[in-house]
Ligand binder design. Sequence first.
Ligand code: CA
Length: 224
Amino acid sequence: MRLLLVEDEPQMAEALSQALTQFDIIVDHAPTLEIARYAVSEQVHDAIVLDRQLPDGDGISLLTYLRSINLSIPVIVLTALGSVPDRVTGLDMGADDYLAKPFAVEELLARVRALLRRPSAIAPLIATLGKLEFNLDSREARVDGVALDLPRRELLVLEALIRRQGRTVLRSALEEAVYGFDDEIQSNALDSHVSRLRKKLSDAGADVEVHGIRGVGYLLRCLP
Ligand code: CA
């Protein structure tokens, strides 16, 4: 499993990363909210361990962000603020569990395992925009529940766009998502993938559009 650890204290982060790695958990470490937001848009995580007091804000705001991009990932909130009102805030905002510092690493591990055994936690990660659904585990796209038949590269373009829906994705980032190091990239190849993808989305009746910004990139948004 892959876990995102959002924690600004270097010693704490280091100790937790080491402990989790021993249990074959891949740990991505984000010391700030900004890096955490970037990490969830770049990588698929099975769970997030989230500190509250971060240099650029309250960790809780990441929960709102996850909801805004329709990602449901189990989250354990870590905090020195262990009082009852703070726990309630965290759980109300969509945290799945809450652990007050200081805690034993074993306890965190036990909670992570418990969370992943819950059926809700093993439900696939699905990003949605309008009638379009994209399963980030199986890389399957559906419109109104009907699977889209997309070749690999169009699927990768769609995945990169839906992960950052509403935001412009640079051409270079899309080319990186679609091509391996050994592939030769023709200058207009990306545009051809996008135009085929647009046609398939529109034929399927998706209420989204791939909007192009000349020379910059593309963004996926709902049709007005
Ligand atoms: Ca902190």
